[in-house]
Design a protein around this ligand. Structure first.
Ligand code: NAP
Length: 296
């Protein structure tokens, strides 16, 4: 049995769909106020309720837990740091403890935003230096998980593609803007190594089934600006690229410093699993275009 937290989210919904379509026994937890995917079994579970989390894990006795639920917005974490810490750190600890009691595998989804953006590409030996409350909560969770031999931490980059749930996402908003011929401003000076949601899900599942412990990066094969990513999407959709307006994040003000380049080196993943974690962005966007043309 698999347990996916955050099954109403982008990655969690894709994991729930992939595992239930693959015939696996899986249950997903969703936030009591968030959207609920149409796939598999879902149960509302508030992550701040640590006793309920522990009881739920004990009761379901999963063999694998993939923890994707989190306060994922950098701005939300900045505005409510105590909530971000409660959910991203303390709830993770409660889940990890309950999972360890069952001797089950635990995969924690962390982020490229644990790095400051000054020395990309980053591999697993690079020193984290988060510039945001969000990144700080993720590092604190990573550090506490170092004490759990059943746990692996997968650091993910920007994820692209459509979630398997009715949910507003930045990617979906950009897609809509392109299809509606609206102008779309994208940073040309902010770099990530984007991965498809489906590739990230596959990587999480493989890590869960393996005996990998500690930190592993699962990024895409390219370092791309947000502008590059948008242009690749426009090309795949066959829409005009001149509606995309290049802008610079260095010209804008953010309450916390925003890293310029947090591209990940994912060669450890490739060495461990014998394949790259993610596909080329043009292949990912071609799949998105097929999904759109199929009416999704
Ligand atoms: N998206 C990215 O590009 C990216 C990049 C690097 C790392 N990551 C990491 O990858 C993981 C998955 O990201 P994602 O983009 O799939 O996240 P997401 O779409 O924001 O989903 C997170 C889910 O967690 C739920 N949640 C938040 N607080 C909760 C609470 N108190 N109780 C119960 N559920 C709660 C959210 O509920 P609601 O439905 O109510 O919002 C949402 O369904 C996260 O750990 C994230 O930090 C994401």
């Amino acid at each position: 049995m698999w347990l996916i937290t955050g099954a109403g989210g982008q990655l969690g919904s894709i994991l729930l769909r992939a595992l239930s379509n693959g015939g696996e026994a899986v249950v997903g937890t969703v936030s009591p106020t968030g959207p609920r995917p149409q796939y598999g079994e879902t149960v509302p579970l508030e992550l701040a309720d640590f006793e309920r989390i522990r009881a739920f894990v004990r009761n379901r006795a999963p063999k694998y837990v993939i923890h994707t639920a989190a306060v994922t917005s950098v701005m939300a974490a900045y505005e409510n740091p105590s909530l971000a810490r409660e959910i991203n750190v303390e709830a993770t600890a409660a889940l990890a403890e309950a999972t360890a009691e069952l001797d089950a595998r635990f995969v924690f989804t962390s982020t490229d935003l644990v790095f400051d953006g000054n020395a990309a590409p980053y591999d697993e030996s690079s020193t984290p230096n988060p510039t945001s409350i969000y990144g700080k909560t993720k590092i604190e969770a990573e550090e506490l998980l170092a004490n759990f031999t059943n746990a692996a931490v997968v650091r993910l980059p920007l994820m692209i593609g459509l979630p398997a749930v009715d949910r507003q996402t930045t990617f979906r908003n950009q897609l809509r803007a392109l299809l509606d011929h609206q102008s779309l401003k994208l940073f040309q000076d902010e770099f990530r190594s984007p991965i498809a949601l489906s590739d990230a899900a596959r990587a999480c599942i493989e890590i869960a089934k393996s005996d990998v412990s500690g930190v592993i990066h699962a990024g895409g094969p390219q370092s791309l600006s947000r502008l590059d990513i948008g242009l690749a999407l426009a090309r795949a959709l066959g829409v005009a690229t001149d509606q995309i307006v290049p802008t610079c994040q260095s010209d804008m003000h953010f309450p916390e410093p925003r890293p310029m380049d947090v591209s990940l080196d994912s060669s450890l993943f490739e060495k461990t699993f014998g394949r790259a974690a993610g596909r080329h962005v043009d292949d990912v966007m071609a799949d998105v275009a097929i999904e759109i043309n199929a009416g999704n």
